[in-house]
Design a protein around this ligand. Structure first.
Ligand SMILES: *Cc1c(COP(=O)(O)O)cnc(C)c1O
Length: 360
């Protein structure tokens, strides 16, 4: 079976974990600090704060920015649920703005119409490894004095006009096993603002500024040194992993027929967390089955946009209709693009997609 995602764990990661176990310092120790420093360097920012997951990184960053009860945060409806849920955790309200069907990212031209007196922040999601249009988003944020929190959980190392994602606003990354690099579970917050970084460190550690003195309500969102050791080794390989993804994507771009392949606008570096094609909606689910029968894993990210999830409709009363996101949910299909694929795997994937759509 050619799987849709596969973490690549090599000797370096195994050795690093053993060293941590033997050192006796297992949590919030030197490996976490080292990982934070390297991650900040990768993004081209001053500070990085490690957390236990991408979700807790989002939660922490929203709290650190003092986003709370009744505050509105503009985000994409076409994302993993954690982007929007993190806004709910702090008492805020996710306001969904439709996507650009060519990039699957929030359409900046539609953001201004969604801004109200209560809007505090914009949370662009760099979906599938492609940055949002950060120039347009930054201009809107500046005009209305809004905070920008980038959900870069799928875009480690991606860039927009030569600048890495996570360096435009406050950046959020996930290190879950399917992401471009992993620490098993883990998250990272990136920023140039040293006060904000401090605030995040305090929230992560029970609101504690001085040992056992608690001025704020915090959480245990710490990363362990075992996880940091894995993440640190993975980070050294990010360039290699992303190049392999880009090479695989290039092969697909050149060889797939009958489908809309991913677009990379001028000035963007795509890191292909997912290689997502658009297939006619009446054929999509049959193609998934066809691929599965022939040993090719694939994924539908995402079958239901967030504003149509039953919790959002039935419990929160969302009634908006966002055509592009809803249509994308019916047409998207992600093919395996991870660095573990062989040339033969790529051939099989292309042949199976092409032959199914040619004969159908
Ligand atoms: C993976 C992901 C998250 C959450 O990260 P976890 O580490 O799984 O908590 C948030 N947003 C997006 C877009 C993601 O893909």
């Amino acid at each position: 079976m050619i799987s849709i995602a596969k973490p690549i764990i090599e000797d370096e990661e195994k050795q690093a974990v053993l060293q941590v176990l033997e050192s006796g310092v297992l949590a919030q120790g030197p490996r976490v600090e080292e990982f934070e420093k390297s991650f900040a360097r990768m993004c081209g920012v001053e500070h990085a704060v490690a957390t236990s997951s991408g979700t807790t990184a989002l939660h922490t960053a929203l709290l650190a920015h003092k986003i709370g009860q009744g505050d509105e945060v503009i985000t994409s409806p076409f994302t993993f649920i954690a982007s929007a849920n993190s806004i709910l955790y702090v008492g805020g309200k996710p306001v969904f703005v439709d996507i650009d069907p060519n990039t699957f990212n929030i359409d900046p031209a539609k953001i201004e119409a969604a801004i109200t007196q209560k809007t505090k922040a914009i949370m662009p999601v760099h979906l599938f490894g492609l940055s949002c249009d950060m120039e347009a988003i930054q201009a809107i944020a500046d005009k209305y004095n809004l905070i920008v929190i980038e959900d870069a959980c799928q875009s480690h190392g991606a860039s927009f006009r030569g600048k890495r994602v996570g360096s435009f606003g406050t950046g959020i990354f996930s290190l879950y096993p399917t992401k471009n690099i992993t620490s098993a579970e883990g998250g990272m917050i990136t920023t140039n603002d040293s006060k904000l970084a401090d605030e995040c460190r305090i929230i992560r550690q029970h609101g504690m500024r001085r040992r056992y003195y608690h001025d704020d309500l915090g959480f245990n969102f710490r990363m362990t040194d075992v996880h940091a050791a894995i993440g640190n080794e993975q980070l050294k390989k990010l360039g290699r992993f992303n190049s392999a993804r880009q090479k695989n994507a290039k092969f697909f771009n050149e060889n797939l027929q009958f489908v809309q392949t991913p677009r990379t606008p001028e000035g963007y570096e795509h890191v292909y967390h997912q290689y997502t094609i658009k297939v006619p909606s009446d054929k999509r689910d049959a193609l998934v089955e066809h691929l599965k029968e022939r040993g090719v894993g694939s994924g539908v990210y995402y079958p239901v946009p967030v504003h149509k999830q039953s919790y959002y409709v039935n419990e929160l009363g969302y009634r908006v209709s966002l055509r592009e996101a809803e249509q994308a949910a019916e047409q998207v299909l992600s093919l395996p693009v991870h660095p573990g694929l062989s040339g033969a795997d790529l051939e099989v994937i292309v042949n199976q997609v092409n032959s199914f759509l040619a004969s159908d």
